[in-house]
Design a protein. Structure first.
Length: 303
């Protein structure tokens, strides 16, 4: 889920609200009058959540320099961009990680697909009582988000930090029942993602989604621990550009992915909007697709 992790899995991360859905789609971008494809003189509608993020203005400008007009459609919540893409109201979207996309496909019966990576946003453990994760005492309580995707990722963070042990070893669908309480150092309490920051006075520590960190008066540097974004288990949390399956090879759309991944001003904006936490990625699309297939299979089994 973008640093908006989402909710996958919300999510797999928590989200500020922005402007509601606007506009309807024009004809499909990417085909010229002769039936071929060209990245020039195209209008592409991209669904996002957070139009004010610093990467989008330079992205639109860089696309225009390549002859592509980008219209950003800013949605008010993460539940909206995927249905809009499915219905053709937008041509692409960029707001989610693979786990969130997999859950949408499984629940809706659709086949949206990743066509390029953007970044991964580490999920952090914060505390106002402890300065080091090693100092958290046995039997203390740690808060995690209660939505499925973010909770699973949060539990994996706690396992990597040595605070809990998961019976499954950790999956995108781990929940509180997956905790081996006898082998775990702390107790875990699930709260609505927006409430984990306000729980800090009452718990030893809390997993806080990136979008709530600043609102809680914290900085990303305050995190006692984060997930290892280079761990293969983190691949499902890579944020992606998503398209309809029939548009997976659209030349214009792939050019936009390339612009996002390589333009210096876009990358600087991404770093600014994430507080320097985003790890920009150029993950091979085949790896993204394989990860999506794996997570979708897991999602089917966990329905």
């Amino acid at each position: 889920m973008s640093r908006r992790t989402t909710s996958v899995i919300a999510a797999l991360a928590a989200i500020p609200l922005f402007v509601a859905l606007a506009g309807c789609a024009t004809a499909s971008a990417g085909s010229d009058s002769d039936g071929g494809e060209s990245p020039e003189n195209k209008v592409v509608k991209i669904g996002i959540v957070g139009k004010g993020d610093a990467q989008w203005e330079p992205f639109v400008e860089a696309a225009a320099e390549e002859g592509i007009t980008v219209e950003l459609v800013d949605f008010g919540s993460y539940e909206q961009p995927n249905p809009a893409l499915t219905e053709g109201e937008v041509d692409l979207n960029q707001f989610q990680h693979i786990v969130y996309l997999a859950e949408y496909n499984v629940n809706s019966g659709e086949d949206l697909t990743p066509i390029g990576s953007t970044a991964i946003y580490p999920l952090g453990l914060y505390s106002t009582k402890y300065d080091d994760v090693k100092d958290i005492e046995k039997g203390e309580t740690v808060a995690v988000p209660d939505d499925a995707s973010n909770q699973a990722r949060a539990l994996n963070v706690l396992q990597q930090a040595g605070l809990v042990e998961l019976k499954s070893g950790g999956t995108p669908y781990s929940d509180l029942a997956d905790i081996d309480t006898e082998k775990s150092k702390v107790q875990v309490k699930a709260l609505e993602a927006a409430l984990t920051p306000t729980s800090l006075p009452d718990v030893a520590a809390a997993i806080i989604n990136n979008d709530f960190v600043k609102d809680a008066g914290l900085t990303f540097e305050d995190a006692l621990a984060t997930d290892d974004v280079e761990d293969p288990k983190s691949l499902p949390y890579v944020n992606v550009f998503a398209a309809r399956a029939e548009d997976a090879d659209n030349e214009t759309y792939l050019k936009l992915v390339e612009i996002f991944q390589t333009d210096e001003a876009v990358q600087a904006g991404l770093a600014e909007s994430s507080g320097g936490t985003a790890l920009s990625l150029q993950t091979p699309v085949k790896d993204l697709v394989e990860s999506l297939k794996t997570v979708q299979k897991d999602a089917e089994e966990n329905k």
